[in-house]
Design a protein around this ligand. Structure first.
Ligand code: LCV
Length: 259
């Protein structure tokens, strides 16, 4: 069964997560299907794409597939990690990507939702950034991308508490562009997509790429980069990192040691 469904009509591509068994956890197989769906949309020259879960979803995505997090002292969120790859594909997709969000969004799925161009949420949308739940060292590019969308003080609270931000507050702090009642969500999103698809595609596409490049323009010295990598290595080689994953698998609370 496909982990992702794709529909392309009237220059609008709709990509639906279809992996409820693992709560749309973003594993390699599912991400491969999302990337293939985006490539199909690009070949069909869609003017806007919509990323969504099944209608009525309680979980938009449970984030990175924890079962695929490496234990062997390897960077869990390296450049070629599937989640990192799909985020780059969405950000460089040559047309706006709308995230239509019903349900809770966890971990790296928050970054995926935030790197979409226009996040639109239903009243049950919530956003929890969860490295601290598992003992994971998030990656600098991902932190910068989240900081580009949300105030630093809110980013800190999300990373330090791993608590879900509910829809109303998500709208207030800039995670959501729009908060729409359930019964209006599909029509609102469709109208936005049709509006974008009716405009000059090259102008829209170039505006998206310009904004991406300008928002990336934060120079970082090699020394700073190396220092960040050393700090992250300390975390993903820690006992706590292994404990976080083990605890998830055993469905128990983790016992942190700080080592
Ligand atoms: C693998 C899963 C997952 C899952 N992976 O259903 O941002 S970072 O750094 O943290 C990054 C590393 C990251 O994104 O990490 C993942 C962060 N995600 C989370 O912490 C969310 C973990 N999941 C949950 O808290 C619950 O599953 C939610 C609240 C999403 C849904 O709860 P619900 O009661 O509806 P279950 O927990 O029963 O999950 C159904 C099945 O999906 C698996 C889970 O192990 C279970 O599998 P089994 O039926 O085989 O037991 N699953 C859920 N999330 N991220 N597998």
């Amino acid at each position: 069964m496909s982990l992702v469904l794709v529909e392309i009509a009237e220059r609008i591509g709709t990509i639906t997560f279809n992996h409820d068994r693992k709560r749309n956890a973003l594993g390699e197989a599912m991400i491969g299907e999302v990337i293939a769906a985006l490539e199909r949309c690009q070949s069909a020259e869609v003017r806007v794409a919509v990323l969504r879960a099944q209608p009525g979803a309680k979980i938009w995505s449970a984030g990175h597939d924890i079962d695929e997090l490496p234990i062997s002292g390897r960077d869990p969120l390296a450049w070629d990690d599937p989640l990192e790859r799909v985020i780059r594909v969405v950000r460089s997709f040559p047309a706006p990507v709308i995230a239509m969000i019903e349900g809770s969004v966890w971990g790296g799925a928050c970054e995926l939702a935030l790197c979409c161009d226009i996040p639109i949420g239903a009243p049950n949308a919530s956003f929890a950034i969860t490295p601290a739940r598992i003992g994971v060292p998030y990656n600098p590019a991902g932190i910068l991308r989240i900081m580009n969308e949300v105030d630093t003080s809110v980013v800190k609270e999300m990373f330090f508490t791993a608590e879900p931000i509910p829809a109303r507050r998500a709208l207030e702090v800039g995670i959501l562009n729009h908060l729409v009642p359930f019964e209006e969500l599909e029509a609102f999103t469709r109208a936005m997509a049709e509006r974008i698809a009716s405009l000059a595609p090259l102008s829209v596409s170039v505006a998206k790429e310009q904004i991406r490049m300008i928002s990336n323009a934060r120079p970082m010295s090699p020394e700073t980069f190396e220092r960040i990598q050393a700090l992250r290595r300390k975390v993903y080689e820690s006992q706590d990192y292994r404990e976080g994953i083990e605890a998830f698998r055993q469905k128990r609370k983790p016992r942190w040691t700080g080592r």
